[in-house]
Design a binder for this molecule. Structure first.
Ligand code: NFE
Length: 563
């Protein structure tokens, strides 16, 4: 008989996520339920507001991918108004995009996810000399890889553990049999975990050079950007360049080698396809490189849909085929609708509570996250989806970095369809985004030098509908706006984590998290490390997927949850 295990809260994520799994007698996950336990109401907050204010409000959806909601909100209004921004404004937005994405990916890997792969307690017994030798197997000049540095890291970690205050390391499944690194290998990644706490400041500062501040930037306005003075200042451009070089040095000499180390040691898990999940992958296109209509717009990484892992065909994404279902979500739709397009979307909370034993009522609603579907099918979004769509589209740089990784590690292509593949995809995407920064800066400098100093396009506000679709670090993000009588009449955001963490739909099709967990063997079902590892590989942000204020800052409702 299946045994139920509840993991609530899942930590090292943004927001509130609960995972319930049913484990069969052989110790494998038989069924999985993903539930977000806090309500989202930001769409409701937007109603009646001036569309020109959207960006500043909607970036408060999140404390992580702030810029992406900001940009999508501004772009949705620009689309409704029919405004095209000048090339310089596009460059500035892209420079913030790139810094934010590189920051997000590096912080996710080290601070939120890496501890699913390395064991801090084991690192304490490492031999620093041996660790230095191992680090040199994965890079000719590995990051901070000296005997004295590793000794200092080991001493720091030991002091941490001896103080009895493990801080961020509290509550880990240390000593779990699914950890596979030697003490020295654990020490190498532990050392980069600590390094990243400092290095991530550089990319955060870089994003603030053109964004005004971080994490919530303030330089985007409908029609362009306000940070023109910084964008024509050689010193500010130089600062950005230097800070991002510093970050990319860490990516190349720490992040990528650490992923190689993981690919070496967790090879079996990758080859077994653990955590692979869904077989449909979607991208809306990452980093706009022009002002054309969305379906003709060039992107740094292309839009498209791969169905059933068939890379021979990349299908065009049709925005009108997106629908959100609520069969197993705590919402209702008026009328008999089962799925609504976001332009017609509704946010009507209908909480159903938990079972008396504290478990989810999986027959009915069990999450505050809706179930977005593309053409009725669940899809995975995020770095792996972007890389697969790019690879299948013949994107040269994507093919280069993906093949370089698998060739070096002697892995077949199928390895990408796994938790490990998803984690590595985020790293190789970071190489592409960071590697594009010189071109971005060159484009801005040449354009300004050529005499184009426009950073803003004048426009006339008007009624209508608009939308903006593009990629945020965790996947496909779309914002949809209806403007009537100069005010927002309807607003909907479909967020990457909503796609991935969605509960089952009306046809009981699982979302990406749920699908990736089913079939996962667990070494110790009482300590489901493998589940946490797979969920983290998506980089959940439930704060994006759900929210809890109304336009006057009051609670919309109070729900007592019996546990
Ligand atoms: Ni709150 Fe986000 C990203 C967006 S949510 S972090 O990336 O959009 O998935």
């Amino acid at each position: 008989m299946a045994t139920k295990t509840i993991i609530d809260p899942i930590t090292r994520i943004e927001g509130h996520l609960r995972i319930e799994i049913e484990v069969d007698d052989a110790g494998s996950v038989e069924e999985a339920y993903s539930s977000s336990t806090a309500f989202r109401g930001l769409e409701t907050i937007m109603k009646g507001r001036d569309p020109r204010d959207v960006g500043l409000f909607v970036q408060r959806i999140c404390g992580v991918c702030t810029f992406h909601h900001y940009e999508r909100g501004v772009e949705a209004t620009e689309h409704a108004y029919g405004v095209q921004i000048p090339p310089n404004a596009r460059s500035v937005r892209n420079l913030i995009w790139a810094a934010q994405t590189v920051n997000d990916h590096t912080v996710h890997f080290y601070q939120l996810h890496s501890m699913d792969w390395w064991d801090v307690v084991s690192a304490l017994s490492a031999d620093p000399v041996k660790a230095t030798e191992i680090a040199h197997q994965y890079h000719a000049t590995p990051y901070n890889a000296s005997v004295s540095h590793y000794q200092r890291v080991a001493e720091r970690l030991t002091a941490f553990v001896q103080s009895g205050q493990l801080g961020p390391f509290t509550g880990g499944y240390w000593g779990h049999p699914a950890y596979k690194l030697s003490p020295e290998e654990n020490l190498i990644i532990a050392s980069h975990y600590l390094d990243c706490l400092g290095v991530q400041r550089a990319s955060a500062k870089a994003s603030a050079i053109f964004g005004g501040k971080n994490p919530h930037p303030q330089s985007l306005i409908v029609g362009g950007v306000t940070s023109a003075r910084d964008a024509i200042n050689a010193e500010r451009i130089g600062q950005y360049q230097f800070l991002m070089q510093e970050t990319m040095d860490f990516v190349e000499r720490a992040y990528i080698p650490d992923l190689m180390l993981l690919a070496d040691k967790y090879r079996e898990e990758g080859l077994a396809g653990h955590g692979g999940g869904l077989s449909n992958y979607m991208s809306f296109g990452a980093m706009s490189l022009g002002e054309q209509a969305w379906d003709q717009r060039p992107f740094l990484l292309p839009s498209g849909l791969v169905r059933g892992r068939d890379l021979s065909t990349v299908h065009a994404v049709d925005p009108m085929k997106i629908g959100e279902e609520v069969a197993h979500a705590w919402y209702t739709y008026s009328g008999n609708e089962t799925s609504l397009h976001p332009l017609e979307g509704q946010t009507n909370p209908a909480y159903e509570g938990f079972n008396d034993d504290g478990s989810l009522k999986t027959e009915g609603g069990y999450s505050w996250v809706k179930s977005p579907r593309y053409d009725g099918a669940p899809v995975e979004v995020g770095p792996l989806a972007r890389m697969l769509v790019a690879y299948a589209s013949g994107h040269e740089r994507a093919i280069e970095v993906m093949d370089a990784f698998t060739d070096r590690m002697n892995l077949p292509f199928e390895f990408w369809y796994s938790t490990l593949g998803r984690t590595v995809a985020r790293g190789v995407e970071t190489q592409i985004v960071g590697g594009y920064i010189p071109e971005l800066l060159g484009g801005l400098i040449n354009n300004v030098k050529g005499g184009d100093e426009r950073f803003f396009t004048r426009y006339t506000a008007k009624d209508g509908q608009g939308w903006a679709m593009a990629e945020a670090p965790r996947g496909s993000l779309s914002h949809w706006i209806t403007v009537r009588n100069g005010q927002i009449d309807n607003y909907q955001a479909i967020v990457p984590t909503t796609w991935n963490s969605s509960p089952k739909d009306g046809r009981d099709q699982r979302g990406a998290y749920e699908a990736s967990l089913v079939g996962q063997p667990l070494a110790d079902p009482t300590q489901p490390l493998e589940v946490v590892r797979t969920v983290h590989s998506f980089d959940p942000c439930m704060a994006c997927a759900v929210h809890v204020l109304n336009r006057d800052g009051e609670e919309l409702a109070v729900y007592e949850v019996a546990v």
